[in-house]
Design a protein around this ligand. Structure first.
Ligand code: ATP
Length: 334
């Protein structure tokens, strides 16, 4: 395979509070200058980036690039793989745990020689922090035309969608359950024009006013069981979420494991006092917060109360859920 990948760019015009649309002329010029074979399409709504990525890879494009925020990247990552059939991969056992169907296949790449790239322009921009891609557009395009490819782990979550049906989705950054799911639901309803951190803080304040901690049981790698009342259970491949919160310091993208951060039974007052610590990764000093490493995590509610999932910044459903780490499943241009 040549180093000059035939590249299909998938751009979300609305990402970054409209920045992609506003800056497209410059972006296109930069991309044309560095990528000899290049074409692009704009997304028209949710899930379209997944469809476009699959189509591009089936048509022989060798690199698909997400231009936008973490939501667009998540959709392109999902489109790197064949559409998974959740019913064939997950089931709920008689005790209410989400489990993996025996012999279910792992993620199937449409073209295992193809790679994924990103040109980050979101409002939150959390994944880019974990790969150190913090420069401007020019630097991001340099990365796309460079030679370095990193095989990163991909998470898969089996869960119940909003209508109570079995669903599954891949994630590249963080998928959690609890307070962050409520924040996502609020932030995705809110206007993001105020910028990442401000939008998340307003949404956090809204979710904060109504949220109750969740009663859950948790299995880690089928060897450890934990239970208790939690504010949030965070399953992290990357280190940041929520528009710059350093929730999982030291989480590694390619170690075959997640860092699992348990935010215990924190009161509203304790959460309010912790918010700024989380941006600096200092929350781990709190004795109600602890962490583990695992590659398979199962969570169920013990009281049947609703608990919302956050999957790379979207809130598509709730418990019971099972998280699986697929080691080195995604070749990422970085
Ligand atoms: N044409 C479109 N109009 C409206 N929404 C779109 C369009 N195309 C894609 N979307 C949706 O926009 C959502 C948000 O995109 P994305 O996360 O990339 O940007 P962001 O919210 O600015 O960034 P971040 O998630 O990093 O804060 C995605 O879930 C995607 O489904």
């Amino acid at each position: 395979m040549s180093l000059n990948y035939r590249t299909f760019v998938i751009a979300n015009p609305k990402a970054g509070a409209g920045a992609v649309e506003r800056e497209w002329d410059l972006l296109e010029r930069l991309l044309r200058a560095r990528l000899p074979e290049f074409d692009y399409a704009f997304t028209e709504g949710p899930e379209h980036a997944t469809f476009l990525a699959r189509e591009a890879l089936r048509s022989g494009w060798e690199m698909v690039v997400a231009v936008g925020g973490d939501g667009t990247l998540n959709e392109v990552v999902n489109g790197y793989f064949e559409k998974p059939d959740a019913q064939a991969r997950f089931k709920i056992d008689p005790d209410g745990w989400m489990t993996r169907v025996r012999d279910a296949a792992g993620p199937v790449a449409i073209n295992p020689d193809a790679v994924v790239g990103m040109l980050p322009l979101g409002t939150g921009g959390d994944f880019r922090r974990s790969i150190g891609l913090m420069g401007g557009h020019r630097e991001s395009v340099e990365h796309l035309s460079g030679q370095h490819i990193r095989n990163v782990d991909i998470g898969e979550v089996g869960y119940l969608d909003a209508s109570g049906k079995l669903a599954s989705r891949y994630f590249i950054n963080i998928a959690s359950v609890g307070f962050s799911g409520e924040v996502d639901r609020a932030v995705n309803k809110a206007w993001k024009g105020l910028g990442g951190r401000t939008s998340y803080m307003i949404a956090t304040a809204r979710a904060f006013a109504s949220y109750n901690n969740i009663n859950v049981e948790i299995r880690l790698d089928d060897t450890t069981e934990l239970s208790g009342r939690m504010n949030n259970v965070v399953i992290a491949n990357g280190e940041f979420f929520g528009g710059g919160m350093w929730i999982a310091p030291g989480a590694e993208l390619d170690d075959g494991q997640f860092q699992v951060v348990f935010m215990g039974d924190l009161s509203r007052r304790e959460i309010a006092a912790l918010v700024f610590d989380i941006y600096q990764g200092k929350h781990l000093q709190n004795k109600k917060i602890f962490r583990r490493r695992a590659s398979r995590i199962s969570v169920r509610s013990t009281d049947g109360a609703h608990a919302m999932l956050d999957i790379d910044g979207e809130a598509p459903g709730g418990l019971p859920a099972l998280w699986i780490n697929h080691h080195s499943a995604l070749p990422l241009k970085s």
